[in-house]
Design a protein around this ligand. Structure first.
Ligand SMILES: Cc1cc2nc3c(=O)[nH]c(=O)nc-3n(C[C@H](O)[C@H](O)[C@H](O)COP(=O)(O)O)c2cc1C
Length: 235
């Protein structure tokens, strides 16, 4: 996988978004203003052009979360969401995680709260368009949270990263793995490892539910954390 971000946003801003983003499941009634929708729309368009996905933002459509005043799972007041749609193919889940997380981090910078959701929404009532040969992998809620959420319990960096031969961790590798520790994952499982050998980083998913999506999200975090260090992905 090549290392790609979208132009116009500084790495320091994305690092801030990584630190400030937490899963938010309860939302206020405040609608998302037109200017914010337009800005997020540009990010989505660029992400779709780069990835071949058809990510869509859905606004003022609460039925996939049981209606504006109802609770659905732990969710309440969800009226907006991002839908991650793309062509059915084995690489789709990882691609959805990788590009989706970039859109999620942009949403955070626009002042929106989010939560990735694969199980606890009514998929049949999603308002996104899914064409023949495509699927909706999952969604992420969007809106103004009742609270900004709180940090998840993260695995220690020593369990997420390792250097072959046990040598010291270069600074860029450490900051990449620290960003991975802040990555959201299904049921907060964080089942992956990042191994540095020479200047090659290999990201390896473990076993569990939705690990491919989690892997894409974590790779995005690693890239932002590691920045332009002297490294490349294994492949
Ligand atoms: C692929 C994926 C699927 C998820 N599905 C759900 C879900 O169905 N319901 C839910 O309440 N949270 C869901 N989450 C949110 C995770 O529980 C949450 O991201 C994780 O506990 C880490 O917390 P954080 O996002 O605050 O860092 C999902 C997250 C990911 C990455």
């Amino acid at each position: 996988m090549s290392r790609t971000t979208l132009s116009g946003v500084e790495r320091t801003d994305l690092l801030r978004a990584i630190a400030e983003r937490h899963a938010v499941r309860r939302y206020t009634d405040t609608p998302v203003p037109a200017a914010v929708r337009a800005a997020l729309g540009q990010t989505i368009e660029a992400a779709n052009a780069a990835s071949g996905l058809r990510i869509q933002a859905v606004y003022d459509e609460p039925s996939a979360f049981g209606g504006r005043r109802s609770t659905y799972g732990q969710f309440r007041g969800v009226a907006n969401y991002l839908s991650f749609v793309g062509p059915s193919q084995p690489g789709l889940p990882e691609l959805a995680g990788y590009w989706g997380e970039l859109v999620v981090l942009h949403a955070q910078l626009l002042g929106l709260n989010t939560c990735w959701v694969i199980l606890t929404y009514d998929r049949a009532k999603s308002a996104a368009t899914v064409e023949l040969g495509e699927e909706e992998v999952l969604v992420a809620t969007l809106g103004y949270g009742e609270t900004p959420g709180k940090p998840h319990k993260a695995k220690p960096v020593e369990r997420l990263g390792q250097v072959t031969g046990g040598g010291p961790w270069p600074d860029w590798f450490r900051s990449g793995v620290e960003a991975v520790a802040l990555a959201p994952s299904a049921m907060n499982q964080q089942k992956y490892t990042f191994t540095l050998t020479g200047d090659t980083v290999r990201a390896k998913p473990g076993f569990g539910m939705h690990v491919k999506i989690d892997m894409g999200i974590a790779k995005r975090h690693f890239e932002i954390g590691a920045g332009d260090g002297p490294w490349h992905w294994a492949e």
